[in-house]
Design a protein around this ligand. Structure first.
Ligand code: AMP
Ligand code: GLY
Length: 441
């Protein structure tokens, strides 16, 4: 089949990498792609927001499976537009994508579905929001209602921080229109997890559990980012958790969405806080996570195109998912200054040393240890002949091995071989799991 992936980040690079290995795929395209993706898929020079041009391309090239891309495209109705044009596409409709594009909508669905989540209130008036924050002594999470690239959330522990966060979102419009409405909710405690389920509107199957690292600095400190690293599986949680999440969270949500005449199809990404036996949903996303997707695609076993096509056609039995029991870990290399201001266009060196490492290269331990390392491009550009930085998150260095310890060591060894001015990475990706495996928690 011919597949068109829509997007330009490391998530789409990982999807293309896996699709490139799918037996069933003989034509792979990516719009607009990036320098890493362009080595695997034919680049299509159409912006991910230009739905009319994407539809024309898909028709002209007889694409069998377009893959719905990033959240803003889904929130703007890319799936509806393709379907109106008579084309099949993998992903949720605009109405169903509200599970991500409006936190207030997601909360109302959770409430109706009986899904455990933090107590919350929705505000359109900053004074009322500040009064509510005061009643909780400033211990609140302030969330811009709309899409804000993972940066529209501030976890507050005192009233001053809460008031500033409310004013930033609602008065200074730090997140644009996304912050005209805010959701304020109680602070949850525990360990965060990302769960992925493949949904066909009626039912769902698990695509696995991951742990992301949202904060910019080690020890989960500093401002939130889109995600600085991830790993899968997550050994400190029992495998039975996946079944519990399907029955207590995903299926009830699918029932409510269907009853609201907006059945959810595509990947449902459940962001969770887990504390002992207690689970609370923090948020839903309507797509693969980034960097979670990079780690998951390393573990995905089988023909990804067949799986996603079967799901888009509603046939979940055929969409069976097999994940390797091996451990995969992703370490994100970011531009200095991210998630605040950062420079672009800085030369990147060292990638060729990693991608070309052969088992004879004794310095590169992973090459001898059946460990696979792959570097996915997040924000890069080609200024011929030089690869340069072109975003906040630049590269997602991903390794898979038979133990988590080996995967982590290989990912960091590779990450250290890549150089660009201002390069920043967290040094503690998968640290919670490593501590658990070492018996230290
Ligand atoms: P969200 O965009 O809703 O996923 O929030 C981004 C991040 O903020 C989450 O990944 C958590 O780290 C944190 N966060 C969000 N809501 C809460 C909460 N109720 N309690 C504690 N931390 C939260
Ligand atoms: N890594 C979190 C996200 O993709 O939203």
């Amino acid at each position: 089949m011919k597949v068109l992936v829509i997007g330009k980040g490391a998530r789409e690079h990982a999807l293309c990498w896996r699709l490139h290995q799918s037996q069933s795929v003989w034509g792979l395209f990516c719009a607009p792609g990036n320098p890493g993706i362009d080595q695997l898929a034919k680049p299509v020079n159409i912006a991910q927001s230009d739905f009319a041009a994407l539809i024309a391309f898909a028709k002209e090239n007889k694409i069998d499976l377009p893959i719905g891309g990033p959240e803003d495209a889904m929130a703007a109705g890319i799936v509806d537009e393709f379907e109106i044009a008579g084309l099949r596409i993998f992903g949720p409709s605009k109405a169903a994508a509200q599970l991500e594009s409006s936190k207030a909508f997601a909360k109302s669905v959770m409430r109706e579905a009986g899904v455990p989540t933090a107590d919350f209130q929705v505000f359109d008036d900053p004074q009322a929001a500040c009064a509510y924050a005061k009643s909780l002594d400033g211990k609140v999470v302030v969330k811009a209602d709309g899409l804000a690239l993972g940066k529209g959330v501030v976890v507050c522990h005192d009233l001053e921080t809460a008031n500033v966060a409310i004013a930033d979102a609602m008065e200074s419009r730090k997140f644009g229109a996304a912050g005209t409405r805010v959701v304020l909710e109680e602070v949850l405690h525990g360990e965060e997890l990302s769960f992925f389920a493949l949904c066909n509107g009626d039912d769902a199957i698990s695509l696995g559990l991951c742990q992301d690292h949202k904060a910019i600095f080690d020890g989960d400190t500093g401002p939130n980012t889109g995600g600085m690293g991830a790993y899968s599986p997550v050994p400190q949680f029992p495998a039975a958790l996946e079944e519990r999440l399907l029955s207590e969270v995903v299926r009830p949500v699918l029932r409510v969405m269907k009853a609201r005449a907006m059945p959810f199809r595509g990947v449902l990404f459940v962001g969770l806080m887990v504390d002992g036996d207690g689970i609370n949903v923090i948020e839903f996303n309507v797509r693969f996570g980034d960097p979670e997707c990079e780690a998951l695609m390393m573990r995905f076993d089988g023909d990804l195109a067949e799986t996603l096509l079967a799901c888009a056609e509603g046939n979940l039995t055929k969409a069976a998912v097999r994940l390797s029991p091996k451990s995969a870990v992703t370490v994100v290399l970011a531009s200095g200054g991210y998630p605040g201001d950062y420079r672009k266009g800085i030369p990147i060196a060292g990638l060729e040393k990693i991608e070309g490492s052969a088992p004879s290269d004794a310095k590169v331990k992973w090459a001898l240890e059946k460990t696979r390392v792959k570097v996915f491009h997040a924000g890069t550009a080609m200024r011929d002949p030089q690869l340069v930085t072109n975003g906040g998150r630049v590269l997602a260095v991903t390794a898979i091995s038979d133990t988590l310890q080996k995967a982590v060591a290989a990912a960091y060894q590779a990450a250290d071989m890549i150089e660009f001015e201002g390069k920043h990475m967290r040094r503690d990706i998968a640290g919670k799991a490593l501590a658990y495996l070492a018996g230290n928690r």
